[in-house]
Design a binder for this molecule. Structure first.
Ligand code: FAD
Length: 318
């Protein structure tokens, strides 16, 4: 069976959920071979094996912490040469997409970004994408070289599928480009204790209808009951009610959770672009004609200041 290279997104050996989703998709098209780089790479092996990696290629060097993506591209290229895979899958984070694009260029392959599903096809893996601000769903495959595909978080279930997970040291020679962009400092973001927006299974968002920074506590209370991340429309971000890091949409983040709850958000096309692939969409809006109701699974026409606290209390009571 063909091998499929997986780029592992991890923090000091703790594998992040989008990588486990990649393993589920990779198993549909071949045998997953994971590439774990940097500090703690070797500690990823047990988890990766549990979710289906037949092999884990590891490499650590100070370059991964000192420079931006190029050392990782060098390593992934080395893994690609060592394995000759049927496809290379990378999580669709900002870093993942840059790594994937650089790798595709180097190995002369086509690339598909932000896929939301993947299946085996007669002429190679077929990826599903949501395009033109989520107006269309397309299926495509790479026709040149080994497909490099980035996968959006929450595109597949995480499924345990124990495999050998044989750990092998990857041999990497860094290219001249490695030292091009040095990391001069890192500022850890203040933790809210909530899941990362793009990885969260549930997102609760607020828009202009929230009517003030202080009222976002209503949105946060619901999010905390559900173990959700908090999102915001650009209108709410532009007036300074919520940080830009939480903006959902065309010029914010793209999310694809199991459940998206939009509160006081009209559903402008630019907002939809960032959340339309959510599996279940719920909206609370006092205007029954708001465009958001065109795409919801469940809609509540009502004042969010009545509805959201009641919803929070109801969930708390269960
Ligand atoms: P509004 O459109 O003002 O809607 C507020 C809604 O709240 C209304 O439907 C109203 O009925 C409802 N409401 C008011 N009070 C209550 C209440 N008490 N209870 C219940 N409902 C209530 N937008 C994004 O979100 N993300 C982006 O990334 C983004 N990128 C953009 C990029 C470009 C190039 C451009 C031009 C625009 C972009 N926008 C983006 C802006 C977008 O066009 C909309 O202006 C924005 O999404 C509107 O935000 P909103 O729905 O919160 O506000």
């Amino acid at each position: 069976m063909a091998e499929v290279l997986i780029y592992v997104d991890h923090v000091d050996g703790a594998v992040r959920k989008p990588t486990l989703e990649l393993l589920t998709l990779a198993r549909r098209i071949g045998e997953p071979v994971a590439v774990a780089l940097g500090n703690g790479a070797a500690y990823t092996a047990d988890t990766l094996a549990e979710y289906g990696a037949v092999k884990v290629l590891t490499h650590d060097a100070s370059e991964y912490a000192e420079y931006l993506v190029v050392p990782r591209v060098d390593a992934l290229q080395a893994a690609h040469e060592a394995v000759s895979p049927a496809a290379v899958l990378v999580p669709s984070s900002a870093e993942g997409k840059e790594i994937a694009a650089r790798l595709a260029l180097r190995i002369g392959s086509g690339i598909i970004t932000d896929a939301v599903d993947l299946e085996a096809g007669d002429e190679g893996p077929v990826a599903t994408q949501s395009v033109f601000a989520a107006s269309f769903t397309t299926k495509s495959r790479v026709s040149k070289g080994i497909p490099v595909i980035t996968i959006k978080p929450n595109s597949a279930a995480v499924e345990a599928a124990p495999a050998a997970g044989v750990v092998e040291a990857l041999s990497v020679t860094f290219s001249d480009q490695v030292t091009g962009t040095k990391i001069t400092g890192r500022t850890p973001r203040e933790s809210t204790g909530r899941p990362e927006l793009t990885e969260a299974a549930i997102v609760v968002s607020g828009g202009r209808g929230v009517n003030g920074a202080e009222n976002f506590s209503i949105i946060e209370a619901l999010a905390d009951q559900l173990g959700a991340a908090v999102g915001a429309s650009r209108a709410a971000v532009d007036v300074g009610w919520y940080p830009h890091t939480n903006q959902v949409g065309q010029t914010g983040k793209s999310v694809s959770p199991q459940l998206y709850i939009a509160n006081g958000i009209s559903g402008a096309i630019q907002h939809r672009a960032g959340m339309q692939t959510s599996k279940t969409i719920v909206a609370v809006n006092k205007d029954a004609e708001a465009p958001i109701f065109e795409l919801v699974d469940y809609g509540v026409v009502g004042d969010l200041f009545d509805v959201v606290p009641q919803l929070t209390e109801e969930i708390k009571a269960r």
